[in-house]
Design a binder for this molecule. Structure first.
Ligand code: ZN
Length: 158
């Protein structure tokens, strides 16, 4: 194909779109973890997507976060209500989370007590606080669990 000016302009437009998609990356989620360091392995298991959970699979990605840390909005987000993580009353201390939406992504954060459950929060602003995970899973690397609404792999956005 001969590269006419029109073709070059079209190619440039396509590349610009591709770059926008590649730019969807989570900002800092947790106070004290500026690089979104992931939970690798501890006595309770592993934090990557697809890790075994008994007969099931881990459908999220775990980002380290010490109990009581402030949790930040990783993008400009709309808040879409609370997440019920567990039905087991023994895990009530960490049974909270928040549904979030951006122009590009729909995802959930588990084990976070949200300050509010509707409205919008700007990237880098406080969403809530990390719940006391050590009370329920002593010795675990406390973490925020990031799960896409369609349960696809969130790792590509980190
Ligand atoms: Zn998890």
């Amino acid at each position: 194909m001969k590269m006419t000016c029109k073709n070059i302009a079209l190619l440039a437009a396509l590349l610009a779109v591709a770059c926008v998609c590649e730019g969807v990356t989570f900002g800092q989620l947790c106070q004290g973890n500026p690089n979104n360091m992931r939970r690798t392995s501890d006595i309770w298991g592993q934090g990557h997507y697809g890790a075994p959970r008994g007969s099931r699979q881990h459908k999220g990605l775990d980002i380290e976060c010490e109990d009581g840390s402030v949790v930040y909005a990783p993008f400009d987000v709309t808040l879409n209500g609370k997440v019920i993580v567990y039905t087991d009353p023994a895990k009530a201390a960490i049974n909270d989370g928040i549904n979030l939406q951006t122009d590009d992504l729909c995802f959930k954060l588990f084990y976070v007590r949200p300050d509010q459950t509707s409205g919008t929060v700007s990237k880098g602003q406080r969403l809530g606080v990390m719940l006391p995970m050590q009370q329920v899973y002593p010795g675990i690397k406390s973490h925020v669990h990031v799960q896409m609404c369609d349960k696809s792999d969130p790792t590509v956005y980190f």
